[in-house]
Design a protein around this ligand. Structure first.
Ligand code: GLA
Length: 388
């Protein structure tokens, strides 16, 4: 892969100079859906699917970006003096957004770059292709300019602010943080209220993780993601009249039941109930994985989907069909939607011997109900963002 990319880079931008290559993974969240902006826990892992980048610093201020996944766009050209968001720049906005974010934080970026990216994360699938791009740019800038004061977790915050302030997508910290800190063979148990985390080994000897992509693109910017955030904020605002909590995740289910009458809008009660119950489930799931109790882990995944479907209402027909078909397969320990929802992917914990029949049966049911096929990826955990 690397050799091919270096060759292509030389064809596009010429040979010579200091050419560096990087890898930045995609991620899948095993459980902990829509908790990261409610001060709760998440439990994702990084994948071997990801974004490769080849880069060389320039002597002027030009930025030239090329994506092998979007060859038809050609080379996107811009300039450090013109970092304005431009919808026509597509993936280039994520890269420009990170440069903008560094500059906003007071870091000087004097020179432009030639950068080529190529990846195998299906775009729009909810496996964080955008955070993967952002994190690779973060690491490139850190190393290109020797910003040694910046830790990986600082880089994740810079990537998040690029997405929030530049791309106007109000996502939480989970995706960039996971991509920054991910570790092969482990899931990352992250408390988003204070960014403390623990690596928990994901020893799947008798099971595989299968991601099923609905082929319905989830477009987070156009989706109801921001609306859900607002509904949770409204619930929290109401609860703060009665309690001293600063996030929904500070509540246990019992405490929530006692105070929920303070929330005036019944829709917001449901949203808050999901945030609280999902956080508790995620804590339980991390414990279950530590104890190697994959049966309980799978049950918690199932409950997570039900809560996302009924209380949070972010699933939709495609994801529900995939999950329902998975639940009907006897080789499945657990299945749920993953990512923001409204399309995108499900994550499934499947016994080794059932992988083929799972793909066949779930695929068939999906095709018959929805009218077009789903794609399946038997995935492995991989490292976080790195030079390669
Ligand atoms: C998207 C966001 C994350 C998180 C998930 C839902 O992936 O980028 O921050 O909120 O949705 O869990």
């Amino acid at each position: 892969m690397k050799e091919k990319l270096l060759k292509k880079f030389a064809e596009l931008f010429g040979e010579g100079g200091d050419i560096l290559s990087y890898f930045s993974p995609g991620r899948v969240n095993l459980i902990g859906g829509h908790t990261d902006y409610n001060g709760g826990h998440v439990f994702p892992c990084t994948l071997t699917l990801g974004t490769y980048a080849v880069v060389r610093k320039r002597r002027d201020q030009k930025l030239r970006f090329f994506s092998q996944n979007m060859e038809q766009i050609g080379i996107l050209e811009s300039d450090l003096s013109d970092l304005i968001f431009n919808p026509a720049d597509g993936f280039g906005n994520y890269l420009k957004g990170v440069i903008w974010s560094f500059i906003q934080k007071g870091y000087s970026i004097p020179y432009g770059m030639d950068l080529m990216v190529a990846g195998d994360i299906p775009s729009g699938a909810g496996l964080s292709s955008s955070a993967s791009l952002e994190m690779v740019m973060c690491l490139i800038l850190k190393e290109m300019y020797d910003f040694s004061d910046l830790s990986l977790s600082d880089l994740a915050l810079i990537a998040q602010s690029a997405e929030n302030m530049y791309c106007h997508i109000h996502c939480g910290i989970m995706d960039p943080f996971t991509i920054a800190m991910g570790k092969k063979g482990h899931a990352l148990f992250l408390d988003t209220s204070n960014l403390s985390y623990e690596y928990i080994p994901l020893h799947l000897e008798h099971e595989k993780l299968i991601i099923a992509y609905s082929n319905k693109k989830r477009c987070i910017a156009n989706s109801k993601y921001n609306e859900r955030r607002r509904e949770c904020e409204t619930a929290l605002y109401d609860l703060q009249k009665l309690t001293t909590i600063s996030s929904l995740s500070e509540l246990t289910m019992d405490a929530f039941e006692m105070v929920k009458s303070a929330i005036s809008d019944p829709i917001c009660v449901k949203r808050a109930r999901h945030a609280v119950s999902e956080n508790q489930r995620t804590i339980q799931a991390a414990r279950a994985l530590k104890e190697n109790d994959l049966i309980l882990f799978g049950k918690l995944m199932n409950q997570s989907h039900i809560s996302l479907r009924d209380d949070y209402e972010v699933t939709g027909k495609e994801l529900d069909t995939l999950v329902q078909a998975a639940w009907e397969h006897q080789g499945v320990l657990g299945a749920r939607m993953t990512g923001a929802g409204f399309g995108g992917c499900t994550v499934n914990l499947v016994k080794n011997e059932s992988v083929d029949s799972f793909i066949e049966q779930v695929g068939e049911k999906y095709q018959n109900t929805i009218g077009y096929p789903a794609d399946f990826y038997v995935v492995k955990t991989g490292s976080g963002v790195c030079r390669c």
